[in-house]
Ligand binder design. Structure first.
Ligand code: F6P
Length: 328
């Protein structure tokens, strides 16, 4: 029998990402349009355990699309990992009369949703992370904004490394995924791009591209390193100093990449994904992750989504290797 959804709880969980607010707004407004009530759960799973919620109506999400961060706050809840925490969260849902939950976040958020689906709730996940590392979706909310923020900082850095004829090693976010590093590296015309997905051969991947640039007359060098690369930016900078004697400086961009006004690409993706999440629930569907495939918005079963893996975009990787002069 098809389950009729009357009240949805929406929350954000894990690392925040620009565009999460636009997704919340879309979930709320689409729900209202479909005659469904919507409440916001604050601080992710932590808030579900503690009954931390706020009623959301049409006006409470007004002007939200352009705001960075998440109006619902976010957290990485340790308590929810235990059965006791999950039971408490399920009790909160029961007490608040929730039939369904929409969780905006990454794989950890989706795994949590499955625990609550086991307790009879309808659940939908929306991919929101600057890392763009959700396998079933070609795009995750926040990626474009994060890349643009990093790029803006790197362009500024380039002015000073050019003046001083230095080598700059810039660490961008991505503990397990190099999508931000690769994308930003291509966009800024980096000398070297290092990602955690690939083993590094220092001679081929670092020293040789720097040498080639120097021989072509260049006197400053931009090296982009993903957070998850072995040794991090400091380790890479040390090796470069040892091998080339270049005057080398490290910049860790860090959490600045997670802030700021979302780009149009993020606002649009977030708005479509929020709409799609509520549409799926209204249709009686559950345990789905909204996904972008090409220009289409679709969805995957959460179990299936969690078994999928995503590598770096091969075309972008080839272009990066080609333009940095590495032999394929
Ligand atoms: O998952 C998003 C992300 O920004 C990663 O790129 C980064 O490694 C991690 O979160 C940082 O997490 P925290 O905000 O807990 O320091």
């Amino acid at each position: 029998m098809e389950k009729h959804v009357r009240r949805i709880g929406v929350f954000t969980s894990g690392g925040d990402a620009p565009g999460m607010n636009a997704a919340i707004r879309s979930v709320v407004r689409t729900s209202i349009h479909m005659g469904i009530e919507c409440i916001g759960i604050r601080r992710g799973y932590h808030g579900l355990i503690n009954g931390d919620f706020i009623p959301l109506d049409f006006g409470s999400v007004s002007g939200l699309s352009r705001r960075g961060g998440t109006m619902l706050y976010t957290a990485r809840s340790e308590d929810f990992k235990a059965k006791e925490g999950q039971a408490k969260a399920a009790s909160t849902c029961k007490l608040l009369g929730l039939d369904a939950l929409v969780g905006i976040g990454g794989d950890g958020t989706f795994r949590g949703l499955l625990c609550l689906a086991d307790q009879g709730l309808s659940v939908i996940g929306i991919p929101g992370t600057i890392d763009n590392d959700i396998a079933c979706s070609s795009y995750t909310i926040g990626f474009d904004s994060a890349c643009n923020t990093a790029l803006e900082c790197i362009d500024k850095l380039r002015d000073t490394i050019q003046s001083h004829e230095r080598c700059s090693v810039v660490e961008v976010m991505g503990r397990r995924a190099g999508h931000v590093a690769l994308n930003v590296g291509v966009a800024c015309g980096a000398t070297v791009v290092l990602v955690p997905e690939q083993e590094i051969d220092y001679e081929t991947d670092v020293v040789e591209p720097i040498r080639r640039c120097r021989l072509s007359g260049q006197t400053h060098f931009m090296v982009i390193v993903a957070e998850g690369v072995e040794g991090g930016a400091y380790g890479v900078a040390q090796k470069i100093k040892e091998e080339t004697s270049l005057d080398t400086r490290v910049t860790i961009l860090g959490h600045v990449q997670r802030g700021g006004t979302p780009t149009s690409r993020d606002r649009i993706a977030a708005t479509y994904m929020g709409y799609e999440a509520v549409r799926l629930l209204a249709e009686g569907q559950s345990c789905r992750v909204v996904a972008k495939q090409g220009n289409e918005y679709t969805s995957f079963d959460i179990h299936e989504a969690l078994t999928m893996t995503k590598g770096l975009d091969p075309q972008t990787y080839t272009v990066m290797r080609t333009l940095t002069g590495i032999q394929q």
